[in-house]
Design a protein around this ligand. Structure first.
Ligand SMILES: *[C@@H]1O[C@H](CO)[C@@H](O)[C@H](O)[C@H]1NC(C)=O
Ligand SMILES: *[C@@H]1O[C@H](CO)[C@@H](O)[C@H](O)[C@H]1NC(C)=O
Ligand SMILES: *[C@@H]1O[C@H](CO)[C@@H](O)[C@H](O)[C@H]1NC(C)=O
Ligand SMILES: *[C@@H]1O[C@H](CO)[C@@H](O)[C@H](O)[C@H]1NC(C)=O
Ligand SMILES: *[C@@H]1O[C@H](CO)[C@@H](O)[C@H](O)[C@H]1NC(C)=O
Ligand SMILES: *[C@@H]1O[C@H](CO)[C@@H](O)[C@H](O)[C@H]1NC(C)=O
Length: 425
């Protein structure tokens, strides 16, 4: 526990000052969340409330098959429901959400998480490219960046995490793409992810936060603009710039989680930026990135990838990758925007599987498992939705066919038949 608290204490005092430090440290303690610094960067929250119990979530899982060919086509496994319109924002409906590519970082041995990502992505109409996670011990001491600041002694696990992300940045630089979304392998998102990104794109194209008008190139082919290095989309902690609470773009998003489903840290950040009361659960916020922690999801531009590789590899690495990125944002050496509440969130199953860390032997291998897993800050979990979407009852379908008609009364009778069938068997 001590190193974790120090972890917090360090970044807070160094970066955001003592006052914020006290608030966050007490938040961390009250929520029981801890930032792990082993393996892929992770966080946990106290296993007291399960998002899965939410009836709101259950309701929203009901697919509106009347308005969509997709939902009623048994062979089409995608959850994508809305037909795209023709403007630039509608490229958010493509398989890479309007970014050049979507990269996900996963330790090679976590084939369980890779299966999950493959499945969830396919059900959400996403195409992902795997970037292998790295064991810190495998990195030569000569390949470890200089640590000029001497703020932090990096552990192997923190180095491994940094290396995986640096490999993703390098991929972006090497590839002929202008932007990439980088996500980790233990996350969840909303089943309406394309709509959410279309709404974000629409906001970002002519954002009031832009310092210069979009170029012709941006207007034609950059759904999120290119006036940023990083776009923070999957943070576990965040805070707005203390002196720039005016810098915010607030917009309606029907897919924002309710107050109950939104973690306190984001409610506080929203409040500091003027969104509270009835607006909570209705509005999404875009603001300059200042205090994000965790790397569960963020986008980068090519220039962003170059800046990160310059400052978080070539010149120096001062701490865990997410913290050095935050320090660099706070120093104003890279430009970023943050989306609140975030669009990517940790999927938790309880137990040792939640971490690529050296396991805590006191924990069970698996807690509730994916069957009972949960995520926060998401209105309609894609992981919950996909289980429902793929569910079927083969023998019931034979029975249905046997009894012929499609009327509602008949369906009701078939439902009873199912129950009876179970009793008999
Ligand atoms: C979920 O929704 C279905 C269909 O609307 C309903 O039958 C079921 O009772 C709901 N379950 C819960 C836990 O609310
Ligand atoms: C799913 O439906 C969409 C839109 O109708 C179509 O473009 C796509 O090819 C379909 N996919 C499969 C696997 O049938
Ligand atoms: C999605 O759209 C973006 C922006 O136009 C584009 O760069 C990317 O290649 C597209 N992805 C796919 C899979 O077509
Ligand atoms: C952005 O502004 C341009 C120029 O005023 C306009 O043509 C375009 O429709 C706007 N795009 C969005 C998404 O608001
Ligand atoms: C990189 O970091 C150094 C300090 O280590 C700073 O002076 C410089 O401005 C930074 N450059 C970029 C591009 O972030
Ligand atoms: C989490 O909460 C559930 C239900 O409240 C409980 O059954 C379970 O044992 C808890 N712990 C873990 C590690 O999942």
């Amino acid at each position: 526990m001590l190193p974790k608290l120090l972890h917090f204490y360090f970044f807070l005092t160094l970066a955001a000052g003592f006052v914020i430090g006290v608030i966050v440290a007490s938040y961390g303690l009250s929520q029981g969340f801890a930032i792990h610094d082993l393996g892929i960067h992770e966080w946990q929250f106290r296993n007291s409330t399960s998002g899965l119990a939410s009836t709101e979530r259950n309701e929203s899982l009901v697919l509106e098959s009347a308005t969509s060919d997709l939902a009623s086509t048994p062979t089409n496994e995608s959850l994508v429901l809305e037909p795209p319109t023709s403007d630039l924002a509608s490229t958010a409906w493509n398989e890479t959400l309007g970014f050049g590519e979507v990269l996900y970082v996963s330790m090679p041995e976590r084939t369980d998480r890779q299966d999950a990502m493959n499945l969830a992505a396919s059900m959400s109409g996403l195409k992902l490219r795997l970037i292998n996670g790295v064991e810190g011990e495998s990195i030569s001491f000569k390949a470890i960046p200089d640590n000029n600041a001497k703020k932090w002694t990096l552990r192997p696990s923190e180095l491994g995490c940094w290396r995986a992300h640096a490999d993703a940045w390098r991929y972006v630089i090497d590839s002929n793409i202008e932007t990439a979304l980088i996500i980790e392998d233990d996350i969840d998102w909303d089943k309406n992810i394309h709509q959410i990104f279309q709404d974000l794109s629409f906001q970002m194209q002519n954002s009031t936060l832009r310092l210069v008008s979009p170029t012709d190139h941006e207007r034609v082919s950059a759904p999120y603009g290119l006036d940023w290095d990083v776009l923070i989309l999957g943070q576990c902690y965040d805070v707005a710039h203390p002196r720039h609470h005016d810098l915010v773009q607030v917009y309606d998003d029907p897919n924002v989680p309710s107050r109950k489903d939104t973690e306190a840290v984001f409610l506080r950040q929203m409040q500091s930026l003027g969104v509270n009361g009835k607006d909570v659960g209705k509005k999404r916020l875009l603001s300059p990135a200042y205090g994000p922690i965790c790397t569960m999801g963020y986008a980068i531009t090519r220039r962003g990838a170059q800046r990160l590789l310059l400052n978080l590899s070539y010149l120096s690495l001062r701490g865990p990758v997410d913290m050095d990125m935050m320090w660099t944002l706070q120093e104003g050496k890279i430009r970023g925007y943050t989306v609140t509440p975030p669009l990517f969130s940790a999927w938790r199953v309880g137990g040792q599987k939640d971490s690529d860390n050296k396991p805590d032997p006191k924990l069970p291998i698996s807690g509730r498992g994916n069957v009972g897993g949960w995520s926060r800050n998401i209105k309609s979990s894609a992981r919950v939705a996909m289980v429902k979407e793929l569910a079927m009852d083969n023998w019931m379908e034979y029975t249905n066919q046997g009894t012929g008609s499609e009327t509602k009364a008949e369906k009701g009778k078939n439902g009873e038949g199912k129950a009876n069938g179970r009793k008999r068997s």
